[in-house]
Design a protein around this ligand. Structure first.
Ligand code: C2E
Ligand code: MG
Ligand code: MG
Ligand code: MG
Length: 291
């Protein structure tokens, strides 16, 4: 009996593994053509100053429309990394962000700093900084318009080499932000020698922080560490007014989350910026919704 059960469980396990593998292979195949088929596009997620409700900037977030399906970047970015496609896809992202920022600047829309997610493999591709420099020049925008988000795993895997690429980016005027902070498994020692200006508190820490003191203690700990190192701190995943108020009162300056907006289509950005500016100037805004 036990043997039988073991066997059937093995079969179920096998079937699921097979399914997962087939899905990954199909995604990989389709992802190879996603850029040229125009299936990839960006959304822009507002980052807000928790003190006065003004706009700090946006984070660009990649979307893949695969037939009738929206595949989450949490699923396809790792596939792109493993298949060696991340350099091309990442180049598309930087290109598209720069084109968009230049267009917004032409219409005098002040979108603030635009954060761009950069994967480790992309950062470590030889000539990455030169490529970025070339794109910036072609679109006539300053590096200071952008902030690149990298995760701590980059540093764990690539160490000082990653740090040297980060310095090259700094020389282009691009600022850097440590994403998903606290979810990795690295030691804290590296934080001191990193050329980053900001860190992001992962949304997993923000969710539920209003419910218990332990959750708040974690957020406070990360925040204190960041502030003592002279970093700007952005909390992501802010969904409730209560979270926004707690974060602000703890001294967290910036917040990002569904409380303010879902990630926006690029054409929704200028109206969002205008409304926000008007609200801050004219009426004062509450910490949360503002607009
Ligand atoms: P991330 O960089 O940590 O991005 C934040 C994620 O949290 C986004 O998910 C965003 O939509 C979500 N989020 C922010 N606030 C809230 C909230 O209040 N509630 C909820 N439920 N979610 C919130 P998204 O867009 O699915 O992206 C997932 C991850 O995929 C990103 O995590 C990032 O690691 C990666 N990613 C997205 N775009 C790119 C890209 O262009 N390049 C690379 N390399 N990675 C990307
Ligand atoms: Mg990010
Ligand atoms: Mg993040
Ligand atoms: Mg995160």
């Amino acid at each position: 009996r036990a043997k039988e059960m073991g066997k059937s469980r093995f079969k179920v396990f096998n079937a699921r593994m097979r399914e997962d593998t087939l899905r990954l292979m199909a995604l990989e195949t389709d992802l190879r053509f996603a850029v040229e088929r125009g299936e990839l596009s960006l959304r822009y997620h507002p980052i807000v100053d928790l003190e006065d409700g003004s706009l700090h900037g946006f984070e660009s977030l990649l979307r893949w429309r695969r037939g009738n399906e929206d595949v989450s970047p949490a699923e396809f970015i790792p596939v792109a990394e493993d298949a060696g496609l991340i350099a091309d896809i990442g180049a598309f992202v930087i290109e598209d962000v720069c084109r968009q920022v230049a267009a917004w600047q032409d219409t005098a829309c002040d979108c603030g700093i635009v954060h761009v997610n950069i994967s480790g493999r992309q950062l470590m591709r030889p000539g990455f900084a030169q490529m970025v420099d070339e794109i910036l020049r072609r679109h006539g925008i300053a590096g200071s318009c952008l902030r690149f988000e990298v995760t701590e795993s980059v540093l764990v895997r690539h160490g000082t080499l990653a740090v040297s690429v980060m310095h090259q980016l700094r020389e282009l005027g691009i600022r850097l932000c440590l994403d998903d902070f606290g979810t990795g498994y690295s030691s804290l020692g590296y934080l001191r020698r990193l050329p980053v200006e900001s860190l992001k508190i992962d949304r997993s820490f923000v969710w539920g922080m209003e419910k218990d003191e332990a959750g708040r203690a974690l957020v406070r700990g990360i925040l204190t560490l960041g502030l003592h190192l002279g970093l700007e701190v952005v909390a992501e995943g802010v969904e409730t007014e209560e979270q926004a108020v707690l974060l602000r009162d703890m001294g967290c300056r910036y917040g990002q989350g569904f409380l303010y907006a879902k990630p926006l289509l690029s054409e929704r950005v200028p109206p969002f910026v205008c409304l926000r500016e008007a609200a801050v100037a004219g009426y004062g805004v509450s910490v949360s919704t503002g607009v």
